[in-house]
Design a binder for this molecule. Sequence first.
Ligand code: NAP
Length: 449
Amino acid sequence: MNLPMSDDLERIFQTVVSRNPGELEFHQAVREVLESLSPVVAKHPEFTARKIIERICEPERQIIFRVPWHDDSGQVQINRGFRVEFNSALGPFKGGLRFHPTVYLGIIKFLGFEQVFKNALTGLPIGGGKGGSDFDPKGRSDAEIMRFCQSFMLELYRHIGEHTDVPAGDTGVGTREIGYLFGQFKRITNRYESGVLTGKGLDWGGAQVRTEATGYGTTFFVQEMLAARGDSLDGKTCVVSGSGNVAIYAVEKVEMLGGRVVACSDSDGVILDEKGIDLELLKEVKEVERQRVSVYAERRSSAEYLPGGNIWDIPCDVAMPCATQNEITHRDAETLIRNGCMAVGEGANMPTMPAAVRLFVDAGVAFGPGKAANAGGVATSALEMQQNATRDSWTFEYTEQRLAEIMRDIHTLVYETAEEYGTPGNYVNGANIAGFIKVAHAMVALGLI
Ligand code: NAP
């Protein structure tokens, strides 16, 4: 069941649209949150009096900068860099960097906005932000990646710090890129300030489980949603879109918990492997060789490659979109429901289009929205910050146990909040309301800033 949006919230939304023209993904993310907030506003007149919703939709600071660099043939290349520091009511701005040709201000603002509520749900002291560039790392040499990262950091360094703003990875930014960024930060500032970036390598300040955290966390969340219905992942057929960081570790944890992942993808096509994805082979192809997923099918007889295929046409019990925004359409949701899909866990940010979300919720599919389901990545980044601050380093087992506890707590909070606000089982409302209330209370306490 969805909540009706009040006239006041509709007016606020229209103002956001007119003040941020053309930023469609940002509009979509804001609308999705505001649609849950009518009962909260009715219960908390102090939020209206202090214009908390209007303030929460306006980033504290937005930085856009030029990133010039030389490619391997000596040509000058110019990209655009972004850092949107959205909200620091709960702690330093925290959120990843995305390097992808589709990046523009509207994408970074949608991601930053989502991040504010996601980070609040973790229960850890982190605000929300996001950054990145329209730089396309695909097909670039290692030397080009390094030169780009160094130029990007030459501007970014003046805006970040362990008590100010702590970026991490996202699409196109993994341990290699974080290494080049951190190296350049250290060189410019002459400080080994480990807590300035998360997602670092294990030998130089990184945390166990950070690489696995988003995929593992999303799977833990799905497991919690199924447990709330007296079920589990054991024996379930799953489909995981993408084949990047989030997807690979979602596949790994689903298989560890007894599920069978029969398909994953990249932006060129889908691999279907009814025997279950061979994780070692997938890691070799994607993490070591940095190849396309089609190479997986060439090397595994049970696998079929579907160029340009639609992964959501493949029947499954559990769907885990782990690639990109707006990848599940209304039609895809219809297909998934018709094929008996019982749970959806969003490993990616906003991968399900609004009409598709409504369809899942109305059909009673257990639908875990990204701000709750994929919060394990940033939560483990916050654990990395804790270890950096105390110059400590925790074991894999202990860190994974902390991650599992955090995901269980997020599930409980979201589940109970949905019930409290009259929409039991609606994790979208539960996540939006619980995340918002936490940030809103802090903003009230900190005064008009
Ligand atoms: P990544 O390692 O760069 O992988 C992204 C994967 O998605 C790649 O396999 C990519 O394929 C695929 N993809 C992109 N567009 C696609 C499309 N239109 N159709 C099919 N596949 C597509 O990125 P990631 O870190 O896994 O992030 C994936 C998603 O999770 C993003 O929405 C990100 O914001 C979200 N997320 C990430 C983290 C984190 O800790 N990394 C945390 C929270 C949320 P190509 O190689 O063809 O582009």
